[in-house]
Design a protein around this ligand. Structure first.
Ligand SMILES: Nc1ncnc2c1ncn2[C@@H]1O[C@H](COP(=O)(O)OP(=O)(O)OP(=O)(O)O)[C@@H](O)[C@H]1O
Ligand SMILES: [Mg+2]
Length: 501
């Protein structure tokens, strides 16, 4: 057993945050090594140190037996280390081939970009990974999953010996994840060592050889996956007991209807959608990626308004022409893409939490700052948002903690109807359990909740009732008691649809 990388007592402090505290462990050559831990545990920080993005305050990295002193990702690339970041970093207006060589374009006479060479290089990498993509396609027109694969291609231009993947699957569906796993297997067979960050247990047990667990910036354990199980990993990660999630129930049907939707259509992405949402009920909305779930949810929120259809709120007919109208009527939407619609990255945590609730916190046009401070404090506590202060810029929080801020922001508006689209993407196991418990508590207080999720275990764990969409239409409904992963999939995918309905 030889170590490709030895991390020795590495520390890193940001203003107000000790992100890494004397972390030491080894990564075996040729292995796929998982790094796990709660949101804010220090995973991305450590990976960025190994990749030359950040410099450690203390400690050392030994790579192939020699000390590493990296000043940039370029330095790291020269030593054979590449990273694919948690957030995508592509140029949407450039082509696939251009993106793969972005910043390291082959040049003729040291001047002009050699386009032939550029295309040849991209084609070679795509072939090596078994990915079929048009070299001239504009990256902005591709799916998130395809973009994720291009990020990986980009990192392979210098044929790394160590490849770091920071939550590569958080926006991938099951099929796309399988494709990525094939790519990882190919790389491993070619002798590349991989550091793999993920919150998904199933994945880690499928493709990784060893796991390192970080907690609060400290190293907890490194061990072969063959010698452990899920429960032990969760215990080591969380360091406390997980919240017990209250079970969904089947007797929500007696409650009054809050939101009633009839024949909603936008003429393209969803058609003839009809359903009711009751007080105190959590309804799951399931379906394959692209079934029109997010578009329909945005329609309910007036972003944009549907072309046809009727809606009533507490029995009163309403027209929801815009998001601001939806918010005034008590409908809140937590969007799928937190950067696009959810957060203002240049504002502090506190301002983001209270932003959407300001109307409610104002008296005669003046913001009640006392009430605002109390509200923000309550949500930071209730969601365990890991931040040194309420003034910290949201953009500096770890990915999972940003997700919690979006949820807090919309709950702070005190809505009647809450629509959440993929609420736990990138969220760690402990926080997931807390978010489920919180949604259950809010339902018990009378809120009606519609949850879109591609994570089947999640839908089953939290929904009183499950609606299934396929190709823009509602194709079935399952009560909690009769729902299983198989039945949902049978409705969501075209095959067997009729036999299960
Ligand atoms: N540039 C920065 N400035 C200030 N604080 C930072 C910065 N980068 C990270 N942090 C803080 O350092 C801690 C560790 O963050 P890191 O991103 O490494 O967590 P993580 O384990 O990757 O979490 P997640 O699972 O949510 O992605 C967090 O408290 C985070 O808010
Ligand atoms: Mg991270």
């Amino acid at each position: 057993m030889t170590a490709l990388l030895r991390i020795e007592s590495v520390s890193k402090t940001f203003p107000g945050v000790k992100a890494l505290d004397r972390v030491s462990f080894e990564v075996e050559s040729g292995s796929v090594h998982a790094v796990m831990g709660e949101n804010g545990a220090g995973k991305s920080t450590l990976m960025q140190i190994v990749a030359g993005v950040l410099r450690p305050d203390g400690g050392e990295l030994i790579f192939e037996g020699e000390a590493l002193h990296l000043r940039s990702t370029r330095d790291a690339a020269a030593r054979g280390i590449a990273i694919v970041f948690q957030e995508l970093n592509l140029a949407p207006n450039l082509t696939v081939a251009e993106n793969i060589s972005l910043g390291i374009e082959p040049r003729a006479l040291g001047l002009f970009v050699n386009r032939l060479e550029l295309r040849a290089r991209a084609a070679a990498i795509l072939t090596q990974l078994g990915i079929r993509l048009n070299l001239d396609a504009r990256v902005g027109d591709l799916t998130i999953a395809q973009q994720q694969l291009i990020e990986i291609c980009k990192s392979l231009v210098h044929t790394p010996r160590l490849l770091i993947l920071d939550e590569p699957t958080s926006s991938l569906s099951e099929t796309e994840t399988t494709l990525l796993f094939r790519v990882i297997a190919n790389l491993k067979a070619a002798g590349v060592t991989i550091l793999y960050i993920s919150h998904r247990m199933r994945e880690v047990f499928t493709i990784c050889d060893a796991v390192t667990i970080l907690r609060d910036g400290k190293h907890v354990r490194t061990m072969p996956l063959a010698a452990t199980d899920q429960d032990e990993i969760v215990r080591l990660m969380v360091g406390r007991d997980l919240a017990n999630i209250a079970k969904p129930s089947d007797h929500a049907t007696a409650r009054p209807i809050v939101l009633s939707v009839r024949d909603l259509s936008d003429g393209r992405q969803y058609q003839e959608i009809s359903f009711d949402l009751r007080r105190g009920e959590i309804v799951g909305l399931s379906g394959l990626v692209g079934a029109g779930r997010s578009e329909m949810a945005l329609g309910l929120f007036g972003a944009p308004a549907p072309e046809r259809g009727d809606m009533t709120l507490d029995g009163v007919p309403v027209k929801i022409g815009s998001p601001s109208r939806a918010m005034r009527l008590g409908i809140a939407l937590v969007p799928e893409d937190r950067k696009l619609l959810g957060l203002v990255l240049g504002l502090g945590v506190g301002s983001n939490v209270s932003l959407a609730a300001l109307a409610r916190l104002s008296r005669a046009g003046l913001i009640d700052f006392g009430a605002e401070t109390t509200l923000v404090g309550r949500y930071i506590d209730r969601f365990r948002i890991k931040t040194p202060s309420r003034e910290q810029l949201v953009g500096l929080l770890s990915g999972g903690n940003q997700q919690k801020v979006v949820l807090a922001k919309w709950l702070a508006t005190n809505p009647r109807v809450l629509i959440v689209d993929e609420p736990t993407r990138g969220v760690d196991v402990g926080t997931k359990a807390e978010i489920y418990t919180l949604m259950r508590e809010l339902a018990a207080e009378g809120l009606a909740i519609l949850v879109i999720s591609s994570d089947l275990p999640e839908v089953l764990a939290i929904s009183d009732r499950i609606l299934v969409m396929r190709q823009g239409r509602l194709v079935g409904e399952l009560a909690h008691a009769e729902a299983t992963e198989e039945r949902i999939m049978a409705l969501a995918a075209l095959e067997h649809a009729t036999s299960a309905a």
